[in-house]
Write a protein that binds this ligand. Structure first.
Ligand code: FAD
Length: 307
């Protein structure tokens, strides 16, 4: 049943069981903080001393827990836990033509290195997106994969924002205080579209990234050559938020997928994603080399797919 608790410290905890109920609470308390797994909010309140007098636990709202296999892609509710996402990704990868699930496989691969089992069992897709951490492991992939975020205000007006445009600044997203993330639409891939995830951390298991990335290129055959018809190269851990290598993406368009493309891309990429010597996070030389080496790995991987 829906639950409402008030703590001795005045803190209010709501547990709505429908989307309408979430909207009602948000309308009444515009600054109410949504929470699912509490793996970000908990760190903020316990370690950063932030106070949220009204918390809304949305983990039990059915509309936010959808997992729908649609013609255009996979719809993933914002409150879906990462371990549930793993299950559905494995299912669709089994069921659909391999080329359609390149993004699904990249996300599944990245989830293997995302925190530990305990965190994945409670942490949500929407919690990771809306926190907009600069080292989120999934946000570069949603962006590269061309995911669409479905957002609703408290009156039920829905708008769609491409993942690419959702992250605005350090932990700042394109979401008004009366809006919530409903679900993510992850599109299926086309025939020669290749998506790959990258993550470098200190440890392989249960560690946050130093640099991560999501990369997608779509190729088509013209006059016996593989030509890039679309590309999206996105990095995390190199700026205050996940960022697209915009100039590199432009450079790749229309190019023949060969060694010249690789060398040319590196030159553009070096000027496109710039890490200043004093960039927060340190290890600047290492991170610069990771930016380039991820692209090298991606180039080799795609080339191998075309053999
Ligand atoms: P919560 O803490 O419940 O919420 C986070 C934020 O999202 C809050 O501001 C909340 O209001 C907002 N929010 C939630 N749902 C919605 C919605 N539907 N609409 C609008 N706003 C919403 N992250 C990584 O990327 N990679 C890692 O490897 C990783 N490892 C971690 C390891 C540990 C030990 C911990 C504690 C965290 C780690 N994280 C990692 C970060 C964190 O686990 C993820 O970001 C997680 O997905 C957050 O989900 P949550 O449900 O716990 O978020």
């Amino acid at each position: 049943t829906a639950l409402y608790l008030t703590g001795s410290n005045g803190l209010k905890w709501h547990r709505p069981l429908s989307l309408q109920h979430v909207f009602d609470i948000k309308t009444r308390y515009p600054n109410a903080k949504l929470v699912v797994g509490n793996t970000e909010v908990g760190v903020e309140t316990r370690l950063k001393n932030l106070h949220y007098p009204v918390l809304v636990h949305i983990a039990h709202v059915p509309e936010l827990n959808i997992l729908n296999i649609k013609d255009e892609g996979l719809e993933i509710g914002a409150a879906v836990k990462l371990s549930e996402l793993v299950k559905v990704l494995k299912l669709v990868i089994d069921q659909r033509a391999p080329f359609q699930t390149s993004s699904c496989r990249a996300i599944l691969e990245q989830l293997k290195w995302f925190a530990g089992t305990q965190i994945r069992n409670v942490a949500s897709v929407g919690g990771n997106i809306c926190t907009a951490s600069p080292i989120s492991d999934l946000n570069p992939l949603w962006m590269a994969a061309g995911a669409k975020f479905h957002i609703s205000d408290c009156k039920g007006n829905i708008r769609i924002c491409a993942a690419e445009y959702f992250f605005l600044d350090y932990r700042k997203v394109d979401l008004a205080s009366n809006e919530i993330l409903l679900f993510v639409l992850l599109p299926w891939n086309s025939r020669y579209e290749f998506v790959k995830a990258f993550k470098q951390a200190h440890r392989r298991d249960d560690d946050i990234a130093i640099v991560n990335a999501g990369m997608r290129a779509c190729l088509e055959k013209k006059d016996q050559k593989w030509i890039v018809s679309d590309a999206s190269i996105v990095y995390g851990g190199v700026a205050p938020y996940s960022i697209s290598a915009i100039e590199t993406n432009k450079f790749l368009l229309g190019k023949h997928w060969n060694k010249e493309l690789y060398h040319g891309s590196l030159e553009v990429l070096e000027k496109d994603i710039i890490l200043k010597d004093e960039a927060p996070g340190g290890m600047v030389e290492f991170r610069r080399s990771l930016i380039l080496s991820f692209f090298f790995k991606y180039f080799l991987w795609v080339s191998h797919q075309m053999d």
